[in-house]
Design a protein around this ligand. Structure first.
Ligand code: HEC
Length: 112
């Protein structure tokens, strides 16, 4: 009897960890749009962002939002993110992994 009880307690203890792991996996596999909002949104998410604000100085207002752009290409976006661009700092693999950058770039370039 005791044996069954221990097994049950052990199984129940595992549930939160299993749920956490699932959360992590879904974040890793998140789509480009979600990743863009999470990783780039603070600067490029809306008209208030610093990225949008600075781009609006040299681009038409509606083009300053990266999500509205039709001319962005995957290699350009990857290069901007890894090498930095003007005022924008380079973003390392620790902050945005290669696969996440791939998803974000494809989303912005309209390839997903
Ligand atoms: C800390 C704020 C910040 C974050 C975070 C940020 N950016 Fe930027 N980004 C900028 C600023 C500011 C500029 C404009 C730089 C300039 O013109 O000098 C810029 C410019 C760009 C450009 C160039 C657009 C063009 O046509 O010239 C691209 C592409 C870009 N960012 C992509 C991204 C992506 C993708 C991410 C997320 C992985 C990201 N940025 C995260 C601030 C940021």
């Amino acid at each position: 009897m005791r044996h069954i009880l221990y097994t049950a307690v052990f199984a129940l203890t595992c549930i939160p960890f299993a749920l956490l792991a699932e959360d992590w996996v879904s974040l890793e596999k998140a789509g480009g749009k979600e990743l863009f909002q999470e990783k780039c949104g603070m600067c490029h998410g809306d008209a208030m962002g610093m990225g949008t604000g600075l781009l609006a100085r040299r681009l038409p207002a509606e083009q300053a939002l990266l999500e509205n752009r039709e001319d962005l290409q995957v290699p350009f976006i990857k290069n901007v993110v890894r090498a930095g661009y003007g005022v924008m700092f380079p973003i390392s693999q620790g902050e945005v992994s290669d696969s996440q950058l791939e998803a974000i770039s494809e989303y912005l370039a309209g390839e997903d």
